[in-house]
Design a protein around this ligand. Structure first.
Ligand code: MG
Length: 354
């Protein structure tokens, strides 16, 4: 390598570090670092009576009297906008309703919706997106109560971007950091469906293969689980970007416990497993939009599982593992043949998944 080659490479690396890259939106360590170093700086130190920005939870919980006001916000840039099993409209309502539910707030008071459109966007597509939002909002009992609309020039944005914010009150706030040794880990259903369906749609295959996103508002499911748990739920998280692997790692790290997962108990649809294999992806690393990871005290686990399975969105729910004192902050996969560390993904391997 000549001196000028070296200089060019250093300049390129420098430029790389000066710019935001796709990995910074992938929901993993790179995104977290960017947020900590820039967007959250200062705000994370400001006093909040409850769960604030520094917790990096699904939303914030602010104490109001003897209750908690839960607030969460989410932007949606999914590509394609219409995909098997849903579209950006359903996703934008379900995503925000689910982040509220993951904090124990299953009765949304209202959502906001900000829409940014590209000049030339088809009105008929906008009407389809609106219909999906309305259907999902009715399903979740989550009215959209205010919003904002902006239009940008052709090429200045890719079609449509939606942002939704949700607010809800709860008496029992649940964080994603509360796991304790002995707690059972429950998955509310099959993993990888959303990301694999999107990837297959982008590649133009699997369209007849029953690959569908699982995108759904989970608040009624979580309400049933919380009622059955009688206070026994210790942590919840929706395994979106980075999939179940990311969610488990975050929960293990925040709580300082180890998590042991029995691979054979993880529900995965055959078509998802097969398609993931073709794509070279691990379903445990792939985004879900209608599933929850629930940590529950051992004595409440069977009751929660029964309540989940009695709900149409929880028919495939399973207890897949438990929290242990060994290997704190790590996730160990028992494959049936042996045990190995489950790798912590850098983030979602597929861009623009939600
Ligand atoms: Mg979340």
């Amino acid at each position: 390598m000549s001196v000028s080659d070296g200089d060019a490479r250093r300049t390129a690396l420098q430029a790389h570090e000066d710019r935001v890259l796709m990995k910074h939106g992938a929901g993993g360590r790179a995104m977290r670092r960017l947020i900590e170093e820039t967007l959250a700086a200062g705000f994370a130190d400001m006093a909040v009576d409850g769960i604030g920005l520094s917790a990096f939870d699904d939303g914030a919980a602010i104490r109001v009297g003897d209750q908690w006001l839960v607030v969460t916000t989410d932007s949606h840039v999914v590509k394609p906008v219409f995909f098997p099993g849903g579209d950006i409209g359903r996703l934008s309502v379900a995503g925000t309703v689910n982040d509220l539910a993951m904090m124990g707030a299953t009765e949304p008071l209202g959502l906001t919706c900000a829409v940014i459109l590209e000049e030339g966007y088809l009105r008929s597509d906008l009407e389809k997106v609106h219909r999906s939002m309305l259907e999902a909002a009715l399903e979740a009992g989550a009215p959209i109560v205010t919003g904002d609309t902006k239009v940008m020039g052709r090429g200045e944005i890719d079609g449509i971007v939606l942002n939704t914010t949700g607010v809800a009150m709860t008496r029992h706030v649940v964080s994603d950091a509360g796991l304790r040794p002995g707690d059972r880990i429950i998955l509310t259903g099959t993993v990888g469906d959303h990301g694999i369906a999107l990837m297959a749609a982008r590649r133009g295959f699997g369209l007849d293969a029953d690959l569908r996103s699982d995108v759904a508002p989970l608040n009624s499911l979580i309400r049933a689980a919380m009622a059955a748990a009688a206070g026994g739920i210790t942590a919840m998280k929706d395994p979106t970007r980075g999939g179940v692997a990311s969610a488990l790692h975050e929960m293990a790290q925040k709580a300082g416990v180890g998590i042991l997962v029995r691979e054979e108990l993880v529900p995965i649809r055959d078509v998802v497993r097969a398609t993931a294999e073709i794509l070279g992806l691990d379903p445990l690393h792939i985004a879900n939009e209608g599933k929850a990871v629930i940590g529950v005290a051992a004595e409440s686990a069977d009751a929660v599982l029964a309540a989940l399975r009695a709900h149409p969105l929880g028919a495939d729910a399973a207890i897949v593992g438990e929290c242990v004192t060994e290997h704190p902050r790590k996730v160990v996969l028992d494959t049936g043949f042996g045990r190995r560390l489950l790798a912590e993904p850098e983030g979602e391997p597929l861009p623009r998944i939600c």
